[in-house]
Write a protein that binds this ligand. Structure first.
Ligand code: ADP
Length: 249
């Protein structure tokens, strides 16, 4: 479980995250949705302290990552996380399986002679077979995302953080990623935090959605609850986004 209390991040005198309180429950898919520039990336990066907030608490299974003083304490909490970066962040100089296995040395006690098998197993989990030796620049955007997901789950994390997982993908690849996020949650029993402005994604996969506006959660609810929200900003965002989806944006 991730307990977030009074979380505040300030850039240039502006409170990008303004006193946020939310609990992310074990096993759920918690999606943070909202317009761009509203603090979604800042929120997800703060969870593993890629960004250091000014104040507040982020308690992960009882350990506050913001209070951790030593690098090894931070690393030991980060080990429980897999992170799918918005741009996949794969290494062009390494082939597919080497990318998937990249973190095993730092994050696990697995012996090097087993790395290939682990990579192959994780690639299969995301629906990719026989591409272990391919180069990254031979892959489509959707395949890169899946390789990046295989890497994110390689060390068997308890939590997976997804930063805009469908951005830049065509509708079919988006659908695949969407299904995989649900599958990872079911098959691996992980807790997921997803950041997106994609309403279709949010409404399809989420257990709960937090609507972030101007650094605050205006509503945290089930997809049904968010669809029927009486909060003005939330209603407007959902309605406008659905019009855009129907127009094919
Ligand atoms: P979102 O992910 O919802 O698009 P971000 O978390 O990226 O929003 O950004 C929220 C706000 O914080 C934006 O106004 C952005 O310009 C600002 N911001 C983000 N990172 C920095 C930074 N490193 N320095 C200054 N301002 C930043």
């Amino acid at each position: 479980m991730i307990e977030i209390k009074k979380l505040t991040k300030i850039y240039d005198n502006k409170k990008v995250l303004n006193n946020i309180n939310v609990d992310i429950k074990t096993g759920e898919i918690f999606t943070v949705m909202g317009p761009s520039g509203t603090g979604k990336s800042t929120f997800i990066k703060s969870i593993i302290r890629l960004i250091k907030p000014e104040s507040g608490e982020i308690i992960i299974d009882g350990r506050d990552i913001l209070k951790a003083k030593k690098q090894f304490e931070i690393q030991s909490i980060r080990r429980d996380f897999g992170y799918l970066f918005q741009d996949s962040a794969l290494f062009d100089s390494l082939n597919v399986w080497e990318n998937v296995a990249f973190g095993l040395k730092y994050l696990t006690d697995i012996k090097p002679d087993k790395y290939f098998d682990v990579a192959r197993e994780k690639l299969e989990l995301v629906g990719l077979k026989d591409i272990e030796y391919k180069k990254i620049n031979e892959l489509s955007g959707g395949m890169k995302k899946r390789v990046a997901l295989a890497r994110a789950i390689a060390h068997n994390p308890k939590y997976i953080l997804y930063d805009e997982p469908t951005t830049g993908l065509d509708p079919i690849s988006s659908e695949k990623i969407m299904n995989l996020i649900s599958e990872m949650s079911e098959k691996l029993g992980v807790t997921s935090v997803v950041v997106t402005h994609d309403v279709k994604l949010a409404f399809t996969i989420s257990t709960r959605i937090g609507m972030l506006f101007g650094g605050k959660f205006l509503d945290v609810n089930t997809p049904e609850g968010i669809k029927n929200s009486s909060i003005k900003e939330v209603k407007e965002f959902v309605e406008t986004s659905f019009i855009e989806v129907n127009r094919g944006h």
